[in-house]
Design a protein around this ligand. Sequence first.
Ligand code: 5AD
Length: 361
Amino acid sequence: MNLSLSDVKTFSEWMNSAGKKDLSEIIRYFYEKSTEDERSVLSGSACRIRDMHYGGRVYFRGLIEFSSYCRNDCYYCGLQRSNLHAIRYRLSEAEILDCCAEGYALGFRTFVLQSGEDMHYTDLSLCRIISGIKKRFPGCAVTLSIGERSRDSYKELFDAGADRYLLRHETANEDHYGKLHPPELSLNNRKRCLYNLKKIGYQVGAGFMVDSPYQTYETLAEDFFFLRELDPHMIGIGPFIPHKDTRFAGFYHPSSRHTLILLSLIRIMLPKTLLPATTALGTADDMGREKGLMAGANVVMPNLSPLIHRSEYSLYDNKLCKGWEAAEHLPKLARHIESIGLTPDFSRGDHVDLQKGGAPT
Ligand code: 5AD
């Protein structure tokens, strides 16, 4: 490779102007040919560029998985509606607020409300939950991760006080999208939702699974291309992990290696993005979350869901719910983060361009 990996500014410019062919080649290079030294230069560069913008701070978000019902049938997900073995639960409005109260006492100032696409929660009830949280916990940010909804619905939820929205695009390649989803779901609609959310004024998160079935270097290049175009405030990526009750049960069970490479490449391409070290990464590798932070991630999302429901939010097999991703073990998590030279930060943790009160781009 002629590209100097340690000249991070040039590398970043290159990642931003590269065509799909070059992007797929660089990913292939790091997956298949790179030496350990090259990979450590890559992650070192990613951390440096992160630290230029975020000063080594790692933001904490409290994750509340409030419903495991889902109207969709995504082929990879354990919560798909046709999975009759899935245990379904819903938290009441009061229970969701209780989770926030617990999180607030622990120091969290961002709550991520995540669920399957559960139409039991109407716009009205969601607005009540959001405004309830904002009123009772002033200064906190609310992130929603509740799937595809109409533009009007997104707008109402935003007006009720929601600040951010996570909606992974899953794959930016049309054919690949069709191999992961039933015909009633479309990449076009997914993208439309993301652009709508951005226009409304949310801080928006997109993302995809690494090593998902049928993913190729070409589809990954399209993911990078799409991310560059959308320029989201947050990007969530984590390894695909097969779920026993899905058609992908027997598929390749990845390690953390590919995710770590892609985290660094994404950090270098979009230096200011908020990039979580995900639970899936911690599930695929005991040290996955620490490694993710050392590859350029800067967010962790400990779980605040009620203990009795944690194992029921089963997106994939063996999803961690009792280790250091659990909010109860915060001091341990904070110590881990400090031991790798980073600084736990419990503030709202907005995207750096919004921390000075500027408007979303
Ligand atoms: N492995 C890893 N991640 C998964 N998700 C869903 N199913 C799986 C799986 N089997 C991810 C999807 C979704 C997010 C909430 O969880 O990317 O957007």
